[in-house]
Every structure is written in C-alpha cells, then in structure tokens.
Design a protein around this ligand. Structure first.
Ligand SMILES: C[S@@+](CC[C@H](N)C(=O)[O-])C[C@H]1O[C@@H](n2cnc3c(N)ncnc32)[C@H](O)[C@@H]1O
Ligand code: SF4
Length: 460
C-alpha cells in the first residue's frame, strides 16, 4: 500500500477538534464498576477455550521526578522503598492470574510501561521477570515482542545488558525535546549523552527495535528548536519514532498547571512544527504508520502495515492482533476475549485486595455485537487507512450500506473535502486524510455523541 501523507493546513485547521486515540473501542470511558472480578474470571475461562497466544502488560508507576507535561498514570517519589511492597503485590497478582490462564498459551508479547519501569533495581526487575516466567509460558527463542519503556535519566551502567538477559528485545526511550529551555520549562533535564549512550548500549546488546518518544506543542518550542532536536534524533537513526501532540488538560492532570500557558506555542506554530516533522521524517525515509507514529520501512510495524497485519491496542500499534492482553498492576487495562478490564487505580486498594487474595479488578466492559463490529471497522481504518465492506459484511453478517447508512452520510462531506474516497466496495483514506484518521474513526463511534468533547485532547 501507499504509506505517504499530505499535509493540508486548511483541512487540519477545519477538522481540529477533540477526540479519542482509539487504543480501544469502546474507549476506556465506557468501562464501569458493574463489571467485577467474577465477570473477568468468566471471560478468562471462555478465552482459554478459544486458546491462542497472550500479551502481558505490567504497569510500574513510580517516577523519581515529575515532568510537568505528564499525562501518564504515575506516582512521584524519591523513596525507592516504595517499589518493594508494590513488587511483592505484583508478583502475587501474577501468581493469581497465572493460575487462571492455560499454560499452553504462549506469551508472544510482553510490555513494561509506566511511570518508569527502571525505577526498580536490577534485582527487582529480575524478580518480576522470574515471577512472570514461573506462572506464564514465556518464549525463550527471542521471537516474542518483549518491550520496555526507558527513561534514560533512570538507567545506569549495566541496566540495558541486564534487561536483554531478562528477555527484552525492544526498547522505547522517553526524550520529548533536547532544547535546554524547553527541558527547563517542563522540569525534565536530559542530556544527549545520557540518551544516546542508552541507545548505543541497546544496539550493542542486540535489542532489535528502538523507539524514541518526542512531544510537540511543549512550552517555548519553535519550529527551529524542534527541528534541531530532530537533527540530533535522526542522526541516531531510531527504528521508530513517536511524535506525540502535547495533550494540555490541566483540569484533569494537575501537574500541568506548573506549565506557564503563555509559553505554549500558538496553534499556528504547533501546526508548523507538525508539518516540519512530517516533511523531515518522510525525507529521512520514515513512513507514517498513523496516530503520531513513524517507522523505518524495514521495521516490523511498517511491514505489518503493508501486509495488512497491523493492530492497535493500549500500547499503540502492534503486530500481534490475535493475542488476549492481560494487564497487571495499578491502572493497567487488559482485553480478554470480548471484554476490557481495568485494575484499581491506587496503591492502598490494590494492596488490600491482593492481601485478601482478590483479583484487583476495578472496572470493565463486556462488548456487545455492535461494539465488536464498530471496533473492527475502527481498527481497520486506523491501522490500514482502508476498509473493505465485503470483509466486514462477511465477518458480521450485515449489509454495510444499510447498517451504517447514517455514518456514510456523515462521511460524504469528508469525501468532498478530500479526506477519503467512498465507493461501493469500501473506504480509502487519502494521503491528506491520514493525519485526520481520528476524525474518520469518530464517525463510527456510537458513544461519542453522548460525550462532552472536553474529555479528549485535540486531534492535532
Ligand atoms: C510513561 S512515559 C515513557 C517512559 C518514561 N516514564 C519516560 O518518561 O521516559 C510515556 C510517554 O508518554 C508521552 N506523554 C506523557 N504525557 C504526555 C502528554 N501530556 N501529551 C503527549 N504525550 C505525553 C511522553 O512522550 C512519554 O515518553
Ligand atoms: S513522562 Fe515519564 S518520567 Fe516524566 S513524569 Fe511522566 S512517566 Fe514519569
């Protein structure tokens, strides 16, 4: 498939409104407390009967210092002692959940996210992986996709080698911006040496894929300063790049009130930065995967997209569509069979439930047939920018034009604007519509109309 993008300023300006990122459908907002651990057990038993590989997600929430832009689920503390009781509970949760999943189900994908996973000591990380190996069937042929989020400021000599020995083969480094003034304004001081020495160590020790996280729209950023950050990043040739749009929601994320709003780039400057990023990364040979993600053409994500095998889950884009996703630790979200499940959000409740040998389920949602159908449509569009009606009709026994008559009417003005082409066979998103893929997916979101748009960040 053609993986190009066209940056149409006029279109982007017109379509710039708040919307979900569709790492799931229904989005996490639909999870409710009526879903209990009993429901979760029922879904696990059902998914065991269907079988298939697993994907495991571990949430490690601690951070040593806070970055003022941060919208992640984190606990900021200088006290390293906090990690030990959390780790013990996590190991107990692994044992509890491990007893419920069939041992024949191979773990094809594993991810440690945060917070900052390397807040744990090397020995603690070893303990966590050991507990996982004891209760789940991990691959030992290095063919799984085992990834970890790394804050280069929290990575000491030897950590990368230890992580490789534990079985990790993919790494994602948080950078955001190298400009000293921007770093000061967001309270994240991180040198190039720190960053690139971690990347070199990852390559030396045989990590297969390196990703770098950047954010555009941070205070004091300009096209010129962000372009200089890109120069440095491109020279290091990461396999993947995530260039996130800064989501400034100070009502929801209190720490963002530390950011001086007068320092935030204007919408015009943000768009100019985005345009520059798109141009420069394409010139440098990266392809646009979708939703802030770029990859080298020989990276697995780019290949999976060309082959029609890309998938999207809570960690972003992925090549493992067939896996049930099992979440561990506070705030983690899983998808098992036809349900999404979220764990409790605070340490005290987590500790209490684990001590009572209860699964720490907080919320969940059971997908009905309409949810599954819309999820298939949205996933296909957001991963591949095209949708074949016949494939959906066959899978869900519907007549697409009939079932989605309202949605097709809403898509027509988008077609007139050049975002997509509608035909009797399907939808093809145009290179100018790719940066606005969220808007196209939003048309198929049954819940969105009921929501106040403020709950989501802007599209661009
Ligand atoms: C859990 S952090 C990555 C690991 C590690 N804690 C670090 O910062 O290096 C995940 C990523 O989310 C992104 N992020 C956090 N807050 C954001 C926000 N408000 N808007 C956009 N991206 C954000 C950052 O790019 C960050 O690297
Ligand atoms: S960006 Fe990473 S290091 Fe910074 S506060 Fe958020 S989770 Fe912690």
């Amino acid at each position: 498939m053609d993986q190009s993008i066209i940056f149409d300023l006029n279109l982007i300006n017109r379509y710039d409104k708040a919307g979900p990122r569709y790492t799931s459908y229904p989005t996490a907002l639909e999870l409710h407390e009526g879903f209990t651990d009993t429901d979760y057990r029922w879904h696990i038993a059902k998914s065991n009967r269907a079988g298939g590989p697993l994907s495991l997600y571990f949430h490690l929430p601690f951070c040593d210092t806070v970055c003022f832009y941060c919208a992640c689920n984190k606990i900021v503390t200088k006290n390293r002692g906090h990690a030990a009781p959390y780790l013990e509970n996590l190991c107990k949760e692994i044992a509890m959940q491990g007893a419920l999943f069939d041992k024949g189900r191979i773990v094809n994908q594993l991810h440690w996210g945060g917070g900052t996973p390397t807040f744990l000591s090397d020995d603690q990380m070893q303990r966590l992986m050991g507990a996982t190996r004891a209760h789940f069937t991990l691959r030992d042929d290095d063919r799984g996709e085992y990834s970890i989020e790394i804050d280069p400021r929290e990575t000491h000599e030897g950590t990368i080698e230890r992580l490789r020995e534990l079985g990790f083969n993919r790494i994602s480094l948080g950078v955001q911006d190298f400009d000293p003034k921007v770093q000061q304004a967001v309270n994240r001081l991180q040198s190039e040496e720190q960053t690139f020495s971690v990347m070199e160590a990852a390559r030396r020790h045989g990590f297969r894929s390196t990703n770098i996280d950047l954010i555009y729209g941070l205070p004091l950023q300009t096209v010129e300063t962000f372009s200089e950050t890109l120069d440095k990043i491109l020279a290091a040739q990461p396999d993947r790049l995530s260039v996130f749009n800064y989501a400034h929601l100070p009502v929801r994320f209190k720490i963002q009130r530390q950011i001086n709003e007068a320092d935030l780039p204007t919408p015009d400057v943000k768009l100019a930065i985005l345009q520059m990023v798109g141009l420069r990364l394409t010139e440098a040979g990266y392809v646009y995967i979708g939703m802030d993600h770029f990859a080298r053409p020989d990276d697995e994500l780019a290949i999976a997209q060309r082959e029609g095998k890309l998938y999207r889950n809570f960690q972003g884009y992925s090549t493992h569509s067939d896996c049930d996703l099992v979440g561990f630790g506070i705030t983690s979200i899983g998808r098992v069979g036809d349900a999404y499940i979220q764990n409790v959000k605070d340490l005290e409740t987590y500790d209490k439930l684990i001590r009572h040998h209860k699964l720490p389920v907080f919320k969940g949602v059971d997908l009905d047939q309409d949810d599954k159908l819309r999820r298939a449509v949205i996933t296909q569009l957001i991963c591949h920018f095209e949708l074949n009606f016949a494939a959906i009709e066959k899978e869900f026994a519907i007549d697409f034009a009939d079932y989605f008559a309202r949605e097709i009417e809403v898509l027509k003005p988008m077609q007139a604007d050049g975002l997509l082409a509608l035909s009797a066979e399907g939808i093809a998103v145009s290179p100018a519509g790719r940066l606005l893929i969220r808007n196209i997916c939003m048309v198929f979101d049954r819940y969105l109309a009921q929501k106040t748009r403020q709950q989501f960040s802007k599209v661009i």
